[in-house]
Design a protein around this ligand. Structure first.
Ligand SMILES: Nc1ncnc2c1ncn2[C@@H]1O[C@H](COP(=O)(O)OP(=O)(O)OP(=O)(O)O)[C@@H](O)[C@H]1O
Ligand SMILES: [Zn+2]
Length: 733
């Protein structure tokens, strides 16, 4: 049968990045989502409010960029396409800062001030500003004019959005503000109208500033990598811009300088401060063969290193890019607030209208009662403004993510941060998590007629193809004994068991006792060795013949016990150790670190099952692993946390959270940090709602005041922002 490509099978998805001029808060995100996301052919929308960007993933059979731009403008916004050049790589681009609005704020404030001075001077007292309801203050045309100019500066940012809200038949805070300001002008309360506008603009500016601030503190990470590097060339040493340096070139770094690019040390010894990436306070000794990272700080030795990759592909670059993406993922608490505001705002508007209309209808309409209740209704509108509520959560989340990154913990979104805060059970992998993950070969024992060196050459030859910690240990051991690894063909890794390959037409395997047994080998001798020494034993064999056994010892991290204790202290109900290693080894580790339960000789699929079982019992489960033979389990957990992610690209990309350093004590820190972030969010929401309730009550019992209401709201916004930014100052545990 012949295959003809079907029309719809040809349809493809494309992605375009749009710069949307009006996109600067959650409100616009909602509008764009409502207006676009559900249209056929729109696959996905991603927002980056801070840079005013929207990425559209669309079906290019149904849409093109031109049509997308039209769709955006039909929602009342203007957009243009962003063409990414390698240099304008998202992370490197400076955070957009809306200076226009700040300028408007200052002008609005200046005119307000002059107007106030004139009004007070004309009427001979401050009292003129605050009385209301009598309808007629003595106020000159000049003062009125100045107030109106002040208002016009601020309202320019609010009014267009309010109109669009009306056109969409929805109520948002811009509409609330516009109605309140217009109402106040109608009542002749110019001072209050101007004050409301000014304070509202102020809180919007503050929101933007604070988010920018949190973001900048990550971007300062980026600027850590120097722009110039000294490169070895045929003619000598030259200073070259880092983005012109190619893979494989040799760079020189003097003591105290920052490493310009990622690479491998080829000469020199030095201790390098990796805190910018890992948050570790202690410098790490580097020798030829070790990896160095862009942005880290060289200690007292001079080193030469061979560049790996380019300036765009450094670990630092990737981290900043991932954090950038993390900012865009909305946390559950953010969604909750959005959802809340969606009903809350129109409800408050209806309530305000009710206050304006119902009481005068009951007591009888008179000029006085109408004005009074109209004013009360306006106050209610202003109190209703949800802005403190709407800004609090994103600012907290962004600060929380940024603070974590500065401690060497890469959290890939607000959701992960909130989940880790609520974790009830933790599954730990052993190798690389509780132990250093750098086992060493202690003994080699041969059973066949070849020599130790021949066995070692074969083992090292196979292990050259593996990234398993055991593989590294065996290769390293062979290197030390100056044994050249044998060349293998058709090498296959057998997850959770070992590895096999062909040499001289023979199939050779290497792996756990379980693998040996599955190959039909007699494992009684292996069991004997393992029982005697308590070490991990790896067997080398051909068909069902045992050739050699390697004993390996992996050291426990000295902080492992304390970390488990901290987890218990934080109220984590169950800490389990799940390992692919032998029972005797795992049992020993489990007892030393004090976990609640342990399981040994677990295959990758068994590890998934363990995670699923714990999810049944404890709901939220975190799995911590090094990404080797536990990737699927990391994915099955509510939060997958990769340990020592610095060396492993896949761990960084796939885990929900990556602990860049090899420090297990970052785990309890992270849980505590997540809880701090959550509790800040709750405090903020509570404060914002509490102040509203207080002012509603004040209005009800007859102390309505328009500008005090908005002052309170702005005050809460400010407090909430300051509260959230506190996260940026958290210290490493
Ligand atoms: N590449 C390999 N070379 C040699 N042995 C291997 C290899 N991969 C797995 N094995 C064997 O399989 C066993 C299980 O491996 P696995 O990676 O699942 O767990 P582990 O590293 O022992 O411990 P943990 O599960 O705590 O990380 C190892 O103990 C080892 O005996
Ligand atoms: Zn507000």
């Amino acid at each position: 049968m012949t295959h003809y490509p079907q029309d719809d099978s040809l349809s493809k998805f494309s992605t375009v990045s749009l710069q949307v001029a009006e996109l600067d808060c959650a409100e616009e995100v909602r509008v764009l989502k409502d207006g676009l996301a559900k249209k056929p052919g729109i696959e996905k929308l991603d927002f980056d409010v801070m840079r005013g960007r929207m990425d559209v993933h669309y079906d290019d059979q149904q849409w093109n960029v031109h049509r997308l731009l039209e769709a955006v403008s039909s929602l009342g916004m203007t957009a243009h396409e962003v063409i990414e050049t390698p240099q304008s790589e998202s992370a490197a681009e400076p955070v957009r800062h809306n200076n226009d609005r700040e300028r408007a704020l200052i002008r609005s404030g200046a005119f307000l001030l002059v107007a106030v001075v004139i009004q007070v001077w004309e009427s001979g007292g401050i009292g003129a500003l605050f009385g209301h309801g009598e309808g007629a203050h003595t106020i000159s045309v000049l003062a009125i004019l100045l107030y109106l100019i002040s208002i016009s500066f601020g309202i320019r940012w609010i009014f267009p959005k309010a109109v669009k809200a009306v056109l969409r038949f929805s109520a948002d805070m811009n509409l609330l503000m516009t109605v309140a300001v217009t109402g106040a002008i109608i009542l002749g309360e110019f001072f209050e109208a101007a004050m409301v506008t000014l304070l509202f603009t102020l809180s919007e500016v503050l929101e933007q500033r604070s988010v920018t601030k949190a973001r900048r503190s990550i971007q300062s990470l980026m600027s850590l990598a120097p722009d110039l590097a000294r490169v070895k060339t045929e003619t000598g040493i030259e200073e070259v811009a880092t983005d012109e340096i190619e893979n494989g070139q040799i760079c020189l770094v003097r003591p105290g300088e920052r490493i310009p690019l990622d690479g491998t040390v080829v000469q020199g010894l030095s201790a390098i401060d990796q805190a910018p990436i890992t948050g570790e306070s202690v410098p790490v000794e580097k020798e030829p063969g070790d990896t160095v990272y862009a942005g880290t700080i060289n200690g007292s030795g001079s080193i030469e290193f061979r560049v790996a990759g380019t300036s765009g592909s450094t670990l630092l670059n990737r981290i900043v890019r991932l954090i950038d993406q993390a900012y865009q993922r909305r946390a559950p608490s953010e969604q909750w607030v959005d959802q809340f505001a969606r009903y809350y705002t129109p409800t408050m508007m209806l309530l305000a209208v009710a206050v304006m209309v119902i009481p005068p209808t009951i007591v009888g309409w008179s000029a006085e009662s109408a004005t009074d209740w109209f004013y009360n209704g306006l106050v209610l509108l202003v109190i209703a403004c949800p802005c403190a509520l709407v800004i609090s959560t994103p600012v907290s989340i962004v600060s929380g993510l940024t603070a974590a990154a500065r401690h060497g913990v890469l959290v890939k979104g607000g959701l992960s941060l909130e989940t880790v805060a609520k974790v009830k059970a933790v599954v730990l992998d052993k190798t690389g998590t509780l132990t250093t993950g750098m086992p060493t070969v202690t003994t080699v024992q041969c059973f066949g007629d070849q020599t130790n060196d021949q066995a070692l050459a074969m083992a090292a030859g196979l292990q050259n193809h593996s990234t398993h910690p055991i593989a590294k240990a065996i290769v390293h051991y062979a290197n030390q004994d100056e044994v050249a690894p044998a060349e293998f063909a058709h090498v296959e890794e057998i997850p959770g068991r070992g590895i096999s390959g062909q040499i001289d037409g023979q199939r050779i395997w290497l792996g756990s006792t379980r693998l040996a047994a599955e190959q039909g080998a007699d494992i009684s001798e292996l069991e004997g060795i393992a029982a005697k020494t308590g070490a991990n034993v790896v067997a080398l064999g051909q068909d069902n013949q045992l050739l050699a056994a390697f004993q390996l010892q992996d050291e426990l991290r000295d902080t492992a016990g304390r970390a488990v204790e901290s987890l218990h202290r934080l109220g984590v109900a169950q800490v389990e150790l799940i390992s692919g290693d032998r029972t005797s080894v795992v049992k020993d580790v489990a007892e030393k670190v004090g976990v609640d339960a342990w399981k040994a000789e677990q295959l990758p699929e068994d590890k998934i099952e363990a995670v699923l079982r714990l999810r049944n019992e404890h709901q939220l489960v975190a799995m911590v692993g090094d990404g080797i033979n536990d990737g699927p389990a990391l994915a099955a957990a509510d939060v997958g946390i990769a340990m020592g992610a610095m060396g492993s690209d896949t761990a960084i990309e796939t885990a929900d959270i990556a602990l860049m350093s090899d420090e297990i004590e970052k785990l309890p820190w992270l849980i505590a940090h997540g809880r701090r972030t959550l509790s800040l969010i709750r405090q903020n929401i509570f404060a914002a709602l509490a102040i509203k309730v207080i002012f509603i009550i004040l209005t009800m019992i007859g102390y309505p005041n328009l500008w005090l209401a908005i002052l309170a709201d702005t005050g809460v916004s400010l407090a909430v922002i300051a509260n959230s930014l506190r996260l940026l100052r958290t210290k490493t545990s």
